[in-house]
Ligand binder design. Structure first.
Ligand SMILES: Nc1ncnc2c1ncn2[C@@H]1O[C@H](COP(=O)(O)OP(=O)(O)OP(=O)(O)O)[C@@H](O)[C@H]1O
Ligand SMILES: [Mg+2]
Length: 142
């Protein structure tokens, strides 16, 4: 996978700016895979993408459901967290293909765990911790 840009995020405010911009520019059918260790800020970034989509609801990690739908914004947001998925094939059981081909934006936390099932044209952000507190390195395929 080709990394097109590397962004140094200094603090959560930078994450917010980045996420809002991504949400504002999001097109329907767009799929954003987030890959990064525990606590790197995948859910936090998703919240800010939601803010850019003008979603009013509070975003929380979809721990028990794999996917949560938010429909109060400019377009639907389908937020996946596949951390606890046993088998990537489970994605088919929850109808992931319909979300992927759907009318909204899909954000997939831990996309690396379901790499085989991710659509070909997905965008990815690989998130790493930086050296300082609050710092993150975003490696983007777009
Ligand atoms: N630059 C930053 N971007 C995002 N979150 C940050 C940043 N700096 C500090 N944080 C903090 O790091 C934490 C990230 O938690 P979050 O739940 O978003 O991570 P996650 O990657 O979704 O974790 P998990 O793997 O458990 O799903 C939050 O408490 C957030 O406030
Ligand atoms: Mg999370």
């Amino acid at each position: 996978m080709e990394i097109k840009k590397i962004i140094v995020i200094k603090n959560e405010e930078d994450t917010r700016r980045f996420g809002i911009e991504l949400g504002k520019n999001a097109k329907k059918g767009q799929i954003i895979g987030l890959v990064g260790d525990l606590g790197t800020g995948k859910t936090t970034l998703t919240k800010y993408i939601a803010e850019g989509l003008e979603i009013k609801e509070n975003i929380s990690s979809p721990t028990f459901t794999i996917v949560k739908e938010y429909k109060s914004g400019r377009m639907p947001l389908y937020h996946f967290d596949v951390y606890r998925i046993g088998d990537p094939e489970e994605l088919f059981n929850i109808g992931a293909e319909e979300y992927f081909d759907g009318d909204g934006v899909c954000v997939v936390e831990w996309a690396d765990l379901v790499a085989e099932e991710m659509p070909e044209d997905s965008m990815y952000i690989f998130i790493e911790y930086g050296e300082l507190e609050g710092e993150r390195i975003y490696k983007c395929t777009f």
